[in-house]
Design a protein around this ligand. Structure first.
Ligand code: DGP
Ligand code: NA
Ligand code: NA
Length: 213
């Protein structure tokens, strides 16, 4: 029986270089003759995704809980496909997942929407074999130029996102998922570190015949 696919997530703040690292990782896996499906959340192409896109680009004041549930639903829309891919031996690389999900929502509204509340609706989604966290200092992120104009791209929210990612990396079970990489290095060095981390994950999963959780 061929090995199952691996589920690898890349996470980080805006400007950490996730999208470009995801593309490179998917290309490297494909170059090894492995099957790979690269996806990104939020997926703005579905009907729910279009509502999220309008929220991110607009200045409407929708309720934060309602918005959070849309982001979660947008992940559930794809959950069965992710499991099917993994079973079929296709590796899945994801640009943001429920880790961003909790952190951004809690960053926006920490009064009534904490990390624990935000994590609930995503419980039961396929758990990644590893989350590669692209960590970048405030100073390095600032050098990469300003953010775009979307909803969470303000200094206040990004500072809070940074703190909450640190918090999330200290609670069980999420804590065990993270592999931290210094994304302030040159892009090629970051790509090498990502590749090294991913190879370790492949070895670990195949060696122990770990099932997808
Ligand atoms: P991206 O297209 O990957 O840059 O994501 C767009 C923005 O949406 C980004 O600022 C992070 C945020 N985001 C991603 N997932 C979630 C989520 O589940 N909940 C909330 N509130 N924000 C999210
Ligand atoms: Na973004
Ligand atoms: Na994304």
């Amino acid at each position: 029986m061929p090995a199952r696919g691996k589920l690898i997530v890349l996470e980080g703040l805006d400007k950490a270089g996730k999208s470009s690292q995801c593309k490179q990782l998917a290309a490297k896996l494909a170059a090894q003759g492995l099957k790979v499906n690269a996806i990104s959340f939020p997926d703005r192409t579905t009907p729910i995704g279009r509502m999220i896109d309008a929220y991110l680009k607009g200045d409407d004041q929708q309720d934060d809980h309602a918005i959070h549930l849309l982001f979660s639903a947008n992940r559930w829309e794809v959950a069965a496909k992710i499991r099917a891919d993994i079973d079929a031996g296709i590796n899945v690389v994801i640009d943001r997942y429920y880790y961003s999900g909790c952190v951004y929502s809690a960053a926006k509204n920490s009064d009534s929407l904490g990390l624990a509340w935000a994590r609930k609706p995503d419980e039961g989604l396929p758990r990644p074999d590893a989350v590669i966290f692209l960590g970048i200092s405030q100073e390095e992120a600032a050098k990469r130029g300003g953010w775009g104009g979307e909803k969470y791209e303000t200094k206040a929210i990004q500072d809070r996102v940074r703190e909450l990612f640190v918090q999330l990396q200290s609670v069980e079970p999420e804590k065990q998922d993270f592999v931290r990489i210094d994304a302030g290095q040159d892009l090629e060095e970051v790509a090498e570190d990502v590749w090294e981390a991913v190879q370790k994950v492949f070895k670990r999963v195949d060696l122990h015949g770990e099932a997808l959780r």
